[in-house]
Design a protein around this ligand. Structure first.
Ligand code: T1G
Length: 688
């Protein structure tokens, strides 16, 4: 039974058991309505505890049902039925009470929770707003200001904060069920509290709504749900309950069918599927209880911090004592920064640092489970590291390279027990960025690949399997982004126009600003390596900027000029003159924002399709995750592949054909043409 009832003396316990997260499927909704009717009619029952089996309280509406016609009973009616119960219902919360789950709890007369529970209305993260009274009841219970924070931000609050806000009546120490029953016995003695729907919304200060609107609009940019959520909370404060409920429902239904909601749902499921690829089902990963990092530069220090944040003891190896000291200082700087920003207490930072051992002796790694190499991008330097590791590490220790553009197969040559070797490509700053590309070589054993995925889970990263090619998934697409951005400069656009268009599309930064921030020398180094491989990378203007040492912000100029101490980019006459020279003889166009975005994003989709066809990525959703979590692609667009699908693949092909005819992009690849005919990318890689 998804919803069952047992009685203990005068208390009825309604238990929901709908794994994995007790989502509010039709059966659960019906079960709740039936339970209210049955218990209302049972004179022996004085109060009711609503509790859930498994790892969590109700985590919300069933996201799988969103695309389908809603079935009765509808959730707002279920909540109203619970709220109208003749006996006091007590929601007993563990795990997470999210979305519709919290709305059901708001229908209850009381809410109790274990201290580890969290409560929230995350709907805006799915491109919608609460649809069962969340925006109408929450401000009545905790006041509009706190309700606006929770509803427009979408982040859950911990039980203790919820208690302070008045959202939770009491924290239960010890056994939740027993504590909730005891609480319900007390509640049975008292008169029913006034239902939240009948309460008034506390008055706000003058100017509150205008201030909130400004702040939320600035943060949400083109994401629509947060402002619509605010409007709904405001309505709840200004209109009566029924009118506000109707307004909320109307907004909810409208947004549920929106493109942004579809994109965010796509990302929701892609993120949850990523850690458990079906092709590794049943493969047991190796246990990781200790880790080491070779190289204490920016990348190595970030990786070490990420490993420490997962509570693994970490050894940092550098080539001599001075380099060890520098590496440890780099890690310490990361924790100092976290303390300064209020993200971590000093005590926790100290504890994290205490778990890092530095040294120049590889012998320290004799019993380490996982070693990640993050030294200079040079094949012979990396091979020398793995020679040493082969000599000292246990034969079952997992050895990984963090290379971003060398061939992991080449690095692995000569490694003893090569089945334990793989690529783990972190993104900078490695303790912050969520993406982890996992790159098996020809010899990587399945359980070692599975270890990469289990490591990602430990580190809270989004893992994506990538095949070996120059740049793997993410940087290979980035090369196209940059080449297209330069093509635009050669054909009439300016760096500021390109950057502005990409920001308008939803990226946090345009391609030129981003290069100035990261440094143009990194890509120059990669182009040099590509030329040595016999390739002809396309970056005519960037090459000229590097030749005059305009490497970006760090040299006071790159694609833009910078005043000392000011990070604001100023258009550069030097760059403009170089563009004019390089563009000479080429046709010049007038570029609208949307056309600039097309000329960059759609060639990225084309390259991504090749990546899929070649099996370098196994699923188009994986490519979306790479761009969202490694490169700031707007989540509400769902990633480039989801964007292309929503736009219509036939339309994408047509635009690319037009760009190709004008010499502004490569023509659409065969795979993209086939996907356009089939109406989707499914089956393109032949692997899913
Ligand atoms: N619906 C359907 N499936 C869900 C689900 C949901 N709401 N939430 C999780 N799952 C699946 C998930 O796909 C995965 O499946 C498994 O559960 C475990 O998830 C009317 C409109 C609860 C904190 O946004 O935040 O209510 O891969 O790996 O780390 O206003 O899941 O095993 O097959 O994430 O322990 C609002 C989203 C809905 C909650 C648990 N609710 N979920 O985390 O496990 S909108 C949410 C979470 C709404 C009302 C509206 C987390 C979690 P599989 P997991 P976890």
């Amino acid at each position: 039974m998804t919803v069952s009832i047992v009685r203990e003396n005068a208390i009825a316990i309604v238990a929901i058991d709908n794994p994995p997260v007790n989502a509010l499927s039709q059966a659960v909704r019906q079960g709740l309505v039936d339970a209210v009717a049955e218990l209302d009619a049972d004179a022996a029952v004085k109060a009711v505890v609503l509790i859930c089996a498994g790892r969590t309280f109700i985590a919300g509406a069933d996201v799988n049902e969103f695309g389908k016609p809603p079935q009765r009973p509808h959730l707002p009616d279920v909540v109203a039925t619970v709220e109208g119960a003749k006996k006091p219902w007590v929601a007993a919360i563990h795990g997470s009470a999210l979305g519709g789950g919290l709305e059901v709890a708001l229908g209850c007369a009381y809410r109790v929770a274990v201290a580890s529970a969290s409560l929230g209305l995350p709907e805006v993260k799915l491109g919608i707003i609460p649809g069962a009274g969340g925006t109408v009841r929450l401000p009545r219970l905790i006041g509009p200001a706190a309700a606006v924070d929770m509803i427009t931000g979408g982040s859950p609050v911990g039980a203790r904060k919820a208690e302070a806000l008045g959202l939770v009546d009491t924290i239960i120490d010890g056994d939740l069920r027993a504590g909730a029953i005891a609480f319900a016995e007390g509640a049975a003695e008292k008169a029913l509290p006034q239902p939240i729907s009948g309460r008034a919304v506390p008055v706000v200060e003058a100017g509150f709504w205008e201030g909130a609107e400004k702040a939320i609009a600035a943060k949400a940019k083109r994401e629509i749900a947060p402002l619509r959520a605010l409007a709904s909370v405001r309505k709840a404060s200004e209109a009566d309950f029924a009118e506000a409920m109707a307004f909320e429902r109307e907004t909810f239904l409208e947004l549920r069918g929106s493109e942004q909601a579809a994109a965010l749902r796509h990302v929701f499921f892609a993120e949850r599927a990523a850690p458990r690829p079906p092709e590794l089902a049943g493969v047991t990963p190796r246990a990781i209880r200790s880790a080491a990092v070779i190289g204490g530069g920016t990348m190595g220090a970030g990786i070490a911090a990420a490993l420490r944040d997962a509570c693994l003891p970490v050894v940092l190896i550098e080539r001599d004592a001075a380099a060890v000291a520098r590496g440890l200082a780099n890690i310490k700087a990361i924790y100092d920064g976290s303390v300064k920003r209020g993200r971590m207490t000093q005590a926790l930072a100290d504890e994290r640092m205490a778990g890092v051992t530095g040294g120049d002796d590889y012998g320290l790694l004799a019993d380490t489970d996982l070693v990640i190499e993050a030294v200079f991008e040079d094949l012979s330097v990396k091979r020398a590291v793995f020679d040493k590791l082969s000599a000292v590490c246990r034969p079952d220790a997992v050895l990984a390279t963090n290379t971003s553009y060398l061939d992991p197969d080449a690095i692995s040559q000569g490694v003893s027990h090569p089945e334990r070797f793989l690529g783990l490509h972190f993104f900078s700053p490695a303790h912050v960025m969520k993406l982890l590309e996992i790159v098996p070589t020809e010899t990587t054993a399945p359980e070692v690949l599975a270890t990469g995925f289990s490591l990602a889970r430990m580190l809270g990263k989004i893992p994506v399997r990538a095949g070996i090619c120059d740049g793997f998934i993410g940087n290979r697409i980035l090369k196209v982004t940059r080449a297209q951005a330069e093509r635009l400069l050669l054909s009439g656009a300016t760096p500021s126009a390109v950057d502005a268009a990409m920001r308008a599309f939803g990226l946090p930064m345009g391609p030129f600003e981003a290069q100035d921030l990261g440094g143009l020398d990194i890509a120059a180094f990669q182009r040099k390596a590509a030329r040595e491989r016999g390739e002809t990378p396309f970056a005519p203007i960037a090459e000229r900027l590097c030749a005059i040492e305009r490497y970006g912000q760090k040299t006071g100029g790159g694609w833009y000029d910078y005043q000392p101490g000011d990070r604001a980019p100023k258009p550069s006459e030097t760059v403009a003159a170089i563009i004019v020279e390089e563009a000479s003889g080429r046709p010049q166009w007038v570029w609208e924002e949307a056309d600039i975005a097309d000329a960059i994003i759609l060639p990225m989709v084309n390259e991504a399709t090749r990546i899929l066809e070649e099996g370098v990525a196994l699923r188009s959703a994986d490519i979306d995750l790479v761009k969202i979590h490694g490169y700031g692609f707007p989540r509400w667009r769902g990633g480039p592949m989801q964007y292309a699908q929503a736009r219509g693949l036939a339309a994408v092909v047509a635009v690319l054909d037009g760009l190709a005819a004008a010499g502004l992009a490569a023509p659409p690849c065969e795979g993209l043409r086939r996907a356009a005919q089939a109406g989707g990318f499914q089956g393109l890689s032949g692997r899913g």
